[in-house]
Design a protein around this ligand. Structure first.
Ligand code: ADP
Ligand code: MG
Length: 329
């Protein structure tokens, strides 16, 4: 449905999007997840033809967004981060105006305006000033305008930002509902929100795609940072000797506890954490070092998100900076 190929966008010296490639299939709800400044809005603005790219291309159902903007744009409805709502107009006036701009007229225009107002549940405020509506209702008007013209894909940039908790739940429900009839892509910097609504997650950090999968796979494949803590009466050397016989362990640290006990902490990258704890149990038993306590703390998707979006790219940036310094020296 949508192909994004090697997309790069520079604002002067700032590289907001770096060689981004991904594909969107029909019939899913995609969450575009990343911290502020990750490049979500820039990418969405380019995908929807509102912003030019420095390089790369975007195909919407085979139509290049830059070469055939009319055909490509017709397939997408977009709610930008700052929707251009006319506060003095009523939803029905505004939607009629947007519908006309999208090429609708006559009965079809009337019919669609009524239809999108029903879908976004704003009929009862249809004749009020948009400026007098709550932020939640304004956001619904914004989503309603995206739905005009019956686009296959709905793209929403941070649709829940600035809303109160109840409004957030309502907008999330609305997104879920739209997902039944449309391909939906929405951005957010809140992991739990993306997890709650999407069946595909794209994690973007520093303008790069760092992960793209369904929530379950992301949890399964990326959770290599499960933590294990052991308590033994044996000292660090003895514990280390046992651990040396096993694979998939890293970052081992020891902590002496009162009464001659040792607490050992480490990470495991074993894909099956319980298989790891089973091996540990037997290794200690066979070495006659009784395990007094063993705890496994499974990493959460939150940990993965933080690690992917903060630690890894930041280190890379540092590495790049260091390279530059070396070159200068
Ligand atoms: P997000 O939507 O994920 O918060 P943006 O796409 O808005 O991220 O921004 C990505 C990066 O590009 C940020 O570092 C931001 O400061 C920068 N940026 C965005 N828009 C502009 C602009 N018009 N001019 C210069 N820099 C910009
Ligand atoms: Mg943004």
């Amino acid at each position: 449905m949508i192909q994004v190929e090697h997309l790069t966008k520079c604002y002067g010296d700032v590289m907001a999007v770096r060689d981004l490639s991904f594909e969107i299939d029909e019939g899913h709800v995609y969450g575009f997840l990343g911290p502020n400044g990750a490049g979500k809005s820039t990418t969405m603005n380019i995908m929807t033809g509102c912003l030019s790219a420095t390089s790369g291309r975007v195909l919407i159902d085979g139509h290049d967004i830059f070469e055939e903007p009319k055909e490509a744009k017709r397939l997408m409805g977009y709610l930008p981060e700052q929707p251009p709502l006319y506060l003095g107009e009523s939803p029905v006036e505004y939607l009629t105006f947007v519908g006309r701009a999208k090429g609708l007229k006559g009965e079809e225009l009337k019919h669609q305006v009524t239809d999108v107002m029903a879908q976004t549940k704003i009929e009862h405020v249809a004749h009020r000033r948009i400026g007098d509506l709550s932020k939640g209702y304004r956001q619904r008007v914004g989503i309603a305008q995206a739905l005009l013209g019956n686009p296959k894909v709905i793209i929403l940039d941070e649709p829940t930002v600035g809303l109160d908790p109840i409004q957030i739940i309502e907008i999330r429900d609305l997104i879920r509902e739209l997902g039944r009839t449309h391909t939906v892509i929405f951005s957010s910097h809140i992991l739990s929100e993306v997890q709650a609504i999407c069946d595909r997650i794209l994690i973007i950090a520093h303008g790069k795609l760092v992960a793209f999968d369904c929530p379950e796979n992301l949890e399964r494949d990326l959770l290599t940072q499960n933590q294990i803590t052991l308590t033994t009466q044996a000292g660090p050397d003895e514990v280390q000797e046992v651990l040396d016989r096993l694979d998939h362990l890293s970052d081992i640290t020891f902590q002496a506890k009162e009464g001659g006990y040792t607490q050992t902490h480490f990470h495991t990258s074993h894909p099956k954490p319980y298989e790891m704890t089973r091996q540990l149990f037997w290794a200690f038993a066979e070495s006659d070092v009784p395990l007094l306590e063993m705890t496994l703390k499974k990493a959460s998707l939150e940990d993965v998100f933080l690690e992917l979006t903060e630690t890894a790219p930041a280190q890379e940036d540092e590495a790049e900076e260091m390279d530059e310094e070396v070159e200068e020296a």
